[in-house]
Design a protein around this ligand. Structure first.
Ligand code: SAM
Ligand code: DTB
Ligand code: SF4
Length: 346
């Protein structure tokens, strides 16, 4: 077995050992793996849009959109199709290759899902990849999304199973795994990661990464969010995570999920340029681009362009993205076959 074999049997200790490596050793390992799989100077770019904002029934302790907390947020009903397509066109013109639509739902109703399906089809026709994040899905709803041509479904594990109860009480960790299973069963690409800086321990960060890497197939996209502290939520004012610990976690995600895009997700607006550069060196190769995430601010597009220019980084084009996805998919399929053969022999 070499450093780039896709493994699904990581132990907690192995991951904690990686996180504890001397920083330069960890970065070197992550960067070496990154270079063996990806062009290290290309970054995949997605743009986010909140298609339904606020008044969510869940109690996620970090979230501005939960109806349980008083967060000074304007609620919005599901956006009309033309408004969504206008935003997608503008994102495409600015160089985004994927358009991600987020809705503050515990789960979509079938009626709402059909409206989202029109959005997915419209964005797809513009020549962009599509991603939606709508909360929990049934197997049947995942099938409808697949039939609509959805490329990615985002559903984060958020944190470790051990820390989960400190963050959310209205749905379980297992609920999340079930939704991911429905998405995977339909052959939709999985986007799943979590949030750091919620007061969790290093053991929790290891455990979350272990859960992600030990899924039957690694998520194609792994967003690592730094908590954006929102006034009025229970997580507001929690001790900030040490920046190097965040970078280490990105590096370990890169090492244990070598064929996945690792997204430096929420929280970039609170990071220095130097910290972001270290995240890219640690193997992050995807970002959200555009002034707004869902309800909070992201760096200005101009500022990102300047940073990219200073670092010699380029946006990955649509055709480059598709070629990389095909290559990563081929390796994953090959590996699954090898794993099945090995299991049959044992
Ligand atoms: N309601 C859907 C759900 O929870 O699955 C979709 C939208 S939800 C906002 C998507 C993800 O954004 C969450 O799972 C969480 O990981 C991330 N997120 C939300 N608020 C955040 C914050 N304040 N800081 C960092 N990440 C956040
Ligand atoms: C993900 O992991 N991060 C994005 C996306 N998936 C949907 C959301 C970040 C939200 C940050 C807080 C906000 O803007 O409300
Ligand atoms: Fe609702 Fe999603 Fe926010 Fe949780 S993270 S409160 S499910 S919008």
């Amino acid at each position: 077995m070499n450093d780039t074999t896709l493994r699904h049997d990581w132990s907690q200790q192995e991951i904690e050992n990686l996180l504890a490596l001397p920083f330069t050793d960890l970065m070197f390992r992550a960067q070496s793996i990154h270079r063996s799989r990806f062009d290290p100077n290309k970054i995949q770019v997605s743009t986010l849009l909140s298609i339904k904002t606020g008044a969510c029934a869940e109690d996620c302790g970090y979230c501005s959109q939960s109806a349980k907390y008083n967060t000074d947020l304007e609620r919005e009903k599901l956006l009309p199709l033309d408004e969504v397509l206008k935003a997608a066109r503008s994102a495409k013109d600015k160089g985004a290759t994927r358009f991600c639509m987020g809705a503050a739902w515990r789960n979509p109703t079938d009626k709402n899902l059909s409206r989202v399906i029109e959005m997915i089809q419209g964005v797809h026709e513009l020549g962009m990849e599509t991603c939606v994040t709508l909360g929990m899905l049934t197997a049947d709803q995942a099938l409808h999304l697949k039939e609509a041509g959805l490329d990615y479904y985002n559903h984060n594990l958020d944190t470790s199973p051990e820390f989960y109860g400190n963050v959310i009480s209205t749905r379980t960790f297992q609920d999340r795994l079930d939704t991911l299973e429905h998405v995977r069963a339909q052959g939709i690409n999985v986007c799943s990661g979590g949030i750091l800086g919620m007061g969790e321990s290093r053991a929790d960060r290891s455990s979350m990464l272990r859960e992600l890497a030990n899924l039957p197939r690694h998520p194609e996209s792994v967003p690592i969010n730094m908590l954006v502290q929102v006034e009025g939520t229970p997580m507001f004012g929690v001790d900030k995570l040490e920046p190097f610990e965040f970078i280490r976690t990105i590096a370990v995600a890169r090492i244990i999920m070598p064929d996945s895009y690792v997204r430096l997700s929420a929280g970039r607006n609170q990071m220095s340029d130097e910290m972001q550069a270290l995240c890219f060196m640690a193997g992050a190769n995807s970002i959200f681009y555009g002034e707004r995430l869902l309800t909070t601010n992201n760096p200005e597009a101009e500022a990102d362009l300047r940073l990219f220019q200073r670092l010699g980084l380029e946006f990955e084009t649509h055709s480059e993205l598709q070629a990389t996805e095909a290559e990563c998919g081929r390796r994953k399929a090959e590996q699954s076959e090898q794993n099945a053969d090995a299991a049959a022999i044992n």
